[in-house]
Every structure is written in structure tokens, then in C-alpha cells.
Design a protein around this ligand. Structure first.
Ligand code: FAD
Length: 651
């Protein structure tokens, strides 16, 4: 039996980004003893990088906005594949979550009459993004951390211990969700990055809030933490992943210099008037307005320009189309030889606003380009191109409770959860998603745990699972040793960095922004090979802060998740949102009611014997729940005809 430190909690929240912190605050406020565990430093979650703002229909800048319009925009952006109940709850509750942040101390930018200012963003009919310059995520995390400190101070007063009911384990990574004999969650297996020490957090409820998967791709806006851990933890625990083929390529990442390729250029640049031009100086987006959006977007540059001052009587410029449309358009321009010198297109805000205003409204962008590319965005255009940014696919959850399907006690919120954004997320809808569903996950995880307090009620931790998790985590230190009974000849330890690079190149080249059947088959073959080689990923040295070892462990997650993306992308023979098939370029209404679930072929199998190399992923088609009639009534019939399958229209 592995000897290690164990602690008992009611709720364990994995991840300290916006979703995790909001979940933890709610769970603690419900009275649950709550542990938060995060693999980076506390305060350095990906959410900190969010720039543009939080989408919420507060109507501060245009009073015509309402939750119904926000819901409509979200469904249009997601091409009607959104889990509609999530989109409804999100649109209804987002304004309250923003107000709440303000009561906890957030300082948003203001309108002239002192209300929270809201800015335009792609796909949002009205100015809707509450923001703090282009550093909104930082303020969001700062505020949530401040709230956590306030709760800990309350506990100090009541129990004499700051951490009595809310404790943060920073720079610690979860490698397995543990379950009891009945398949219920019983805790998490974790290691401390600094010391390499293993420990177990026992709890009946676990909330996964681990963010995205971008580090499986070569060009990405994502930070080092985004290795798909929560997705893989859920999958290995027996929970299915939903619609993993939908990966968002943000249209505007930096393309130059190579060392910073992929770093995000916020959509606020276009929201604040930035225009896209090709090497011929043409504002090419007017050529790329798809039929479903034709009525909503300007036909000429003049009309698009007028919209900034008179949005009620003009249509918005096509630079503000949803991200998938803009990313595909840029990709086509570059492919047809009209790209910028470094393989992107030009994004120019300098002709639109005075230098002083650009520096005030887009301070991070100004510094990012000045320092990293020696470009002054107040005087010249930026070069930009698509970058892997966000995953719409994720853990399949119940819309109201955020409970993962099929694993009692498991919850998921934020980017790791699927469904909310359908096939494509609108900018700003992630930060609001984190707050709305983070709160819901915390609430329901606490309620579930409360019903399991008392003698003999808590799901016991299985010792065999702890032993298996420890052996799995230690395998990279003995990678060169052959399997029992096998010959040692030809067994070579693999370098985890090489494996990671090969994975990133594969996903970028073969399952990237434009997909083709033959290439995805090739990707699946390569992924299978990498999975076998990853089992031999070997590291030198010891367990004290060893980044090679950490990467070797993360590889399991990236490979499982990448396979889900490739399998689902091969299966969906249409183009929709963040999934573009060159061989099936049109959106197909018959695919609208189809969800694709990736799950382990043997989800009930004993976790102790599940080996990531042996784990088979199977793909299952599931029909979506019909959209409620009162929500469908928010759309014109002519619009629904473009999206819904024939049988759905009859119903
Ligand atoms: P995160 O904030 O990434 O938190 C994940 C947490 O999980 C981290 O604490 C991490 O350490 C931890 N973790 C991961 N794996 C493990 C593990 N195995 N064990 C323990 N801990 C683990 N969205 C908007 O709505 N508006 C914007 O303006 C916007 N701008 C963006 C700008 C950039 C540059 C980027 C990259 C994204 C932007 N997004 C924006 C998207 C948005 O920031 C993310 O989708 C969102 O922050 C994800 O939050 P989260 O809470 O789900 O995850």
C-alpha cells in the first residue's frame, strides 16, 4: 500500500481560474469544506490572460439589449449546436454575475454617465462586453481571490484557522480522479510539483475546472497549463466528452517574430474599429459574409464605417463576424497569395483612433507589439493570422447542475465543460460562462456532498487505485526498463519534449483549421504510434521540480484528448463553426441534431487496470434534446429553416 498524506474535504475543485474560483466560493458559502488545487501558482491561471471582456446583456450602452438577444446571438454563433438550456441560463444569469463581481470589488471601465461600460465584439448584436481596458481577466481573478481571502478571514474569526473551510493547494497537479466500488467519486490523486510528493484529497465531490487543450497544437494562444488534463481525467474516470471536433482558431494571433507566433491579438482591436486588409490593401472581409449572416452585416465600407457612430441605422462591418468566419477568410487570403510578408494579413487600428486613445483602450496590445515585434500599433498595421485558442468540446454535463454524465460526484465548469458554446464560442462568452457555471457547479457539488456526510456515507477511497496511480506517475523514471517477460533489446526511452513536438506538429498540420479525411486518418495513425511511444517517455533526475517529468505525465492527457478531437472531426462530415472540412465545405442541417460523444470503450472497467495505451476510445452519436418552443420563437422562421433539420422543423 502506498504511504502518502491524505486529507478529507467535502468538495475538491481542480483549477483556480475563473470557473474554479467561482465554484470554490459558492461551495464554501454553502458550508462545504472546500479544497482548491491548481498546477500553476495561485493567481496565474489562464483566465488572467483574458483581454476583451465579459459578455452580459446589462444594456448599459444600448438599452435594447436583453437576455433573449444574447441567447439568440450565442445560438447563432454556435450554429445552433449549443446545449440550449446552458445558453439560456448563461444569458439570463450573466448580468447578475457581473454585478456581483462589482460588489466584491471589481473596478470596470465606466460610461460617461458612470455605468459599467460595454464594448462591441464579434457576433454580439449590441455592445455587451464589460471590461477593464484589455486586462479584464486579471481583474476578474484579482476580485475572486480577494473574495476568497475575505472568506478565509471569516473562518479565522470563527475557527481560529484561515484554512478551516477553504484551502488552496498551489503548484500541485491532479493525475487521477478516484472512485469507489459503486463508481462514485471518492477523491483525487495529486502530486506537488516542487517536491514531487504524492498526496490524496478525499472528497465525495470533485469539480473539474482545468481549462482547455491548446498545448496539443503548435500555434496557440494558450499558456503551458492547457494540456487537456480535466478532459482526460473525466474520460479516464468514465465520463464522456462532447463534440470534441469543435476547436476555435482565433483569427488574430501574432505571426511574427517566430518566438511569439500564436500570441493573441484581442478581438477588441476589431471591436474598436480595427480593419483587416490583404497585401493588395483590400478590406477583404466583405467578400466572405456567409448567406446566414447576409442581412446582419454591412455591404459596403461606408456603411460599416457609419455603424460605429450610428449602430441603429447601419449594419455592422464584417470584421465583426463570428471568429470561425474571420479565421477561415484570413486562411483563404493567405492561401491565395494575398498574405502579409510573414504569412498573415494586416490588422490596422491606427487609422481609426488617435494614438493616445489606442494606448488607453488597448494598453496590453500596444506594449505586446512594441516589445515583442517592434511595431507601433498607433502608427502602423499589425500582421495577424489564425491561432488555436479555445475548445468548445468538453465534458458532457447536465445543463442546470454542471454534473458530469455517468459519474456521480463529478462536476465540470468553464472551458473544460462542453455544450454551452455549440460549434463556436462568441468572444466574451467564456468569462461569463465561468462565472455562471462555476457558481452552479460549486452549488450542486456542495449539495451533493452534504447528503453524504455522516458515518459510512462517504464513498471510500480504493487502495488499489492509489497504488496504480502512484505506479503510473512514477513510470517515466523507469521508462527504459522493458515490460516483465519482454526482451530488453531495442527498448529506448523516449524524450517527452520530442513526443510533444511531434504531437503539436501532427495536430497543427493534420487536424487544424481546414481538415481533410486522408489527413485525419494519417493523424490517427500517428497518434496511436505516439501513445505507444509515450508509455516509454523517460526522464532523468529526481522528483523535485522536474519539468520533463511533469510533461511526460501531461502527454497522456494531450494524446487522449487529441485522439478524441481527430476521431470526432473525421466522423462529422460537414463544416460547422470550429470544424471545417475541405471535403464537406457546407453546413448540413441533418447534422444539427447530432452530438458526438467520445468515451472509453470500457467505462466500467476497473480504473486500476486501465492503461492509457490500452484504453480504447469509442465514438457514439447521440440525438440532441429538442430546443424548447418558446426559445425557438425568438427567431424568425426563415432563419430557423437555414439551421434546423427537416424533422425538427415539422416538430
Ligand atoms: P483557467 O483559467 O485556465 O484555469 C485552469 C486552472 O486549472 C489553472 O489554475 C490550472 O493551473 C489548473 N489545472 C489545469 N490542469 C490541472 C491539473 N491536472 N491539476 C491541477 N490543476 C490543474 N474569454 C472571454 O470571455 N473574454 C476574453 O476577453 C478572453 N480573452 C482571452 C485572451 C487570451 C489570450 C486567451 C488565451 C483566452 C481568452 N479568453 C477570453 C478565453 C478565456 O480566458 C478562457 O476560456 C477562460 O479563462 C478559461 O477559464 P477556466 O476557469 O475554465 O480555466
Amino acid at each position: 500500500m502506498t504511504q502518502l498524506d491524505r486529507q478529507e474535504w467535502d468538495v475538491v475543485v481542480v483549477g483556480a481560474g475563473g470557473a474554479g474560483l467561482r465554484a470554490a466560493i459558492e461551495a464554501r458559502e454553502q458550508g462545504a469544506r472546500t479544497a482548491v488545487i491548481c498546477k500553476s501558482l495561485f493567481g496565474k491561471a489562464h483566465t488572467v490572460m483574458a483581454e476583451g471582456g465579459i459578455a452580459a446583456s446589462m444594456g448599459n450602452v444600448n438599452s435594447r439589449d436583453s437576455w433573449q438577444v444574447h441567447f439568440r446571438d450565442t445560438l447563432r454563433g454556435g450554429k445552433f449546436l449549443n446545449q440550449w438550456r446552458m445558453a439560456e441560463l448563461h444569458a439570463q444569469e450573466a448580468p447578475d454575475r457581473v454585478w456581483e463581481l462589482e460588489t466584491w470589488g471589481a473596478l470596470f471601465d465606466r460610461t460617461a454617465d458612470g455605468r459599467i461600460s460595454q464594448r462591441n465584439f464579434g457576433g454580439h448584436e449590441y455592445p455587451r462586453l464589460a471590461h477593464v481596458g484589455d486586462r479584464t481577466g486579471l481583474e476578474l481573478i484579482r476580485t475572486l481571490q480577494q473574495k476568497i481571502v475575505a472568506l478565509q478571514q471569516e473562518d479565522k474569526k470563527e475557527f481560529g484557522d484561515y484554512e478551516a473551510r477553504l484551502k488552496i493547494f498551489q503548484e500541485c497537479t491532479v493525475t487521477r480522479v478516484l472512485k469507489d466500488d459503486g463508481g462514485r467519486v471518492s477523491g483525487t490523486f495529486c502530486y506537488e510539483r516542487e517536491s514531487g510528493r504524492f498526496f490524496v484529497l478525499e472528497a465525495p465531490s470533485v469539480v473539474l475546472a482545468t481549462g482547455g487543450i491548446g498545448k496539443s497544437f503548435k500555434v496557440t494562444s494558450n499558456s503551458w497549463e492547457y494540456t487537456g488534463d480535466g478532459h482526460a481525467l473525466a474520460l479516464l474516470a468514465g465520463a464522456p466528452l462532447l463534440n470534441m471536433e469543435f476547436v476555435q482558431f482565433h483569427p488574430t494571433g501574432m505571426v511574427w517574430p517566430p518566438s511569439v507566433k500564436g500570441i493573441l491579438v484581442t478581438e477588441s482591436v476589431r471591436g474598436d474599429g480595427g480593419v483587416l486588409r490583404n497585401s493588395e490593401g483590400k478590406r477583404f472581409m466583405f467578400e466572405y459574409i456567409p448567406d446566414v449572416f447576409k442581412e446582419k452585416y454591412a455591404e459596403s465600407e461606408e456603411e460599416g464605417d457609419r455603424w460605429y457612430d450610428d449602430p441603429d441605422n447601419n449594419r455592422r462591418p464584417p470584421e465583426l463576424l463570428p471568429r470561425d468566419e474571420v479565421a477561415r477568410a484570413i486562411n483563404s487570403e493567405v492561401k491565395e497569395g494575398r498574405g502579409s510578408p510573414h504569412g498573415g494579413v494586416f490588422l490596422d487600428v491606427s487609422t481609426r483612433m488617435p494614438a493616445e486613445r489606442i494606448r488607453r483602450r488597448l494598453p496590453s496590445m500596444y506594449h505586446q507589439f512594441k516589445e515583442l515585434a517592434d511595431v507601433d500599433i498607433t502608427a502602423e498595421a499589425m500582421e495577424v493570422g489564425p491561432t488555436c485558442h479555445y475548445v468548445m468540446g468538453g465534458i458532457a454535463v447536465d445543463s442546470d447542475t454542471a454534473a458530469a454524465i455517468a459519474v456521480p460526484g463529478l462536476y465540470a465548469a468553464g472551458e473544460v465543460a462542453g455544450g454551452m458554446h455549440g460549434s463556436n464560442r462568441l468572444g466574451g462568452n467564456s468569462l461569463s460562462d465561468l462565472l455562471v457555471f462555476g457558481r452552479r457547479a460549486g452549488l450542486h457539488a456542495a449539495t451533493y456532498a452534504a447528503a453524504l456526510t455522516g458515518d459510512g456515507l462517504r464513498p471510500p477511497v480504493d487502495e488499489a487505485q492509489i497504488d496504480a496511480a502512484a505506479a503510473e506517475a512514477l513510470r517515466p523514471f523507469s521508462a527504459e526498463e522493458p515490460e516483465a517477460g519482454a526482451s530488453s533489446e531495442g527498448v529506448v526511452a523516449e524524450n517527452p519534449y520530442t513526443l510533444h513536438q511531434e504531437l503539436q506538429q501532427t495536430m497543427n498540420d493534420l487536424v487544424g483549421i481546414i481538415r481533410r479525411e486522408a489527413e485525419m486518418r494519417q493523424a490517427l495513425e500517428k497518434l496511436a504510434e505516439l501513445r505507444v511511444r509515450a508509455r516509454r517517455a523517460g526522464v532523468e533526475g529526481h522528483r523535485q521540480f522536474n519539468p520533463g517529468w511533469h510533461l511526460a505525465l501531461d502527454l497522456r492527457n494531450m494524446l487522449l484528448v487529441s485522439e478524441c478531437v481527430a476521431r470526432a472531426a473525421l466522423e462529422r462530415t460537414e463544416s460547422r463553426g470550429g470544424h471545417t472540412r475541405e471535403d464537406f465545405p457546407a453546413m448540413d442541417r441533418d447534422w444539427r441534431p447530432v452530438n458526438l460523444l467520445c468515451q472509453l470503450a470500457d467505462p466500467a472497467g476497473d480504473l486500476a487496470v486501465i492503461d492509457p495505451v490500452l484504453a480504447q476510445i469509442e465514438l457514439v452519436r447521440k440525438t440532441t434534446v429538442p430546443i424548447r418552443p418558446d426559445l425557438l420563437a425568438l427567431f424568425e422562421k426563415e432563419e430557423l429553416v437555414k439551421y434546423l433539420a427537416e424533422e425538427e422543423l415539422y416538430e
